[in-house]
Design a binder for this molecule. Structure first.
Ligand SMILES: [Zn+2]
Length: 295
């Protein structure tokens, strides 16, 4: 797709060295023809993605005004308005250049994440754009961490419904995320490295005869820890369900398993009854009558 010709249908494009640290500026009012100023200092392979992102601002009706864009900024902290506008334009660009249906087809025949990303590069986008688009298309259980060459974390993203906590910005990315990781793939891209933690699926064991409370008490007794630990475990259990209420026991089991993989709960996740505990908990949470599901 000739993205530049497409954008020129709706806007003027100028390429010039902008004195700000942005990929592009979009100047868009309801009265004049929109203008897109592409920063020639930041040309790179993400040129096409940046243009598609700007087209998003032009075509999404509520993106008016002058927007300074970081089209490659995919960080998860999408709480501020600026970020949500940027996230929307990125979603638009992803779908335009790498449609979900096309990615689904690629996924059917690609045994690894790396194969998938390489196939997605047919869309002539950067590896970064391909990776961050792919994570949005994947089912629960994938964590993407972008690092520098020293493996220090720059940003992380999770597929929808993933509860595992990734490493924080600035930390050194771990080799794996405890027992939850089934596979880690590494994709190099110039000054960056993309680490994919695959946490895919787990099946909950049959419901244990004892309830989770009894199992937990025994685990705590072995460890001789007090109520503060119980509270933090209760907190993690709550957090596992805040974003994505599970519809099945398997899903609940996977959510708990991922979320409880905390470095300071190492003794807990290594306890021989850990799997039994979360199995009991998963069955209890899904079976609980009258539990409200958020849709
Ligand atoms: Zn933007």
């Amino acid at each position: 797709m000739d993205i530049e010709t497409l954008v020129r249908r709706y806007a003027e494009i100028e390429t010039l060295p902008l004195p700000f640290d942005v990929d592009a500026l979009c100047i868009h009012s309801s009265s004049a023809r929109p203008r897109v100023l592409v920063n020639s200092r930041r040309a790179e392979t993400r040129g096409r993605f940046t243009l598609a992102h700007e087209l998003g601002h032009i075509l999404i009706p509520w993106h008016l005004g002058s927007l300074g864009c970081h089209a490659a900024d995919w960080s998860e902290a999408a709480d501020m308005e600026y970020r949500s506008t940027e996230a929307e334009a990125n979603r638009f660009a992803s779908e335009l250049l790498m449609p979900s249906a096309w990615i689904s087809e690629i996924l059917k025949t690609s045994p690894t994440i790396k194969d998938t990303v390489e196939s997605m590069e047919q869309a002539q986008v950067s590896r970064s754009a391909a990776c961050f688009t792919l994570i949005q298309a994947l089912p629960p259980g994938y964590l993407l961490v972008e690092t520098d060459r020293e493996q220090r974390v720059r940003r992380t993203a999770r597929s929808s419904g993933t509860t595992a906590e990734g490493p924080k910005a600035g930390e050194v990315a771990p080799q794996e995320l405890g027992k939850a990781t089934t596979r880690v793939e590494r994709i190099d891209a110039g000054p960056s490295c993309f680490l994919w933690y695959c946490l895919r699926p787990t099946h909950a064991p049959v419901r244990p005869k004892e309830d989770s409370r009894t199992i937990l008490d025994r685990m705590l007794w072995r460890r001789e820890k007090g109520t503060s630990v119980q509270q933090s475990i209760a907190g993690f259990v709550g957090a596992a369900f805040s974003r994505w209420p599970p519809s099945s026991v398997d899903e609940a089991y996977a959510l708990l398993r991922q979320r409880l993989m905390q470095p300071d709960l190492d003794w807990f996740t290594r306890d021989r009854e850990f799997d039994k505990f979360i199995a009991a908990k998963a069955h209890e949470l899904v079976a609980r009558p009258g539990r409200k599901r958020r849709e």
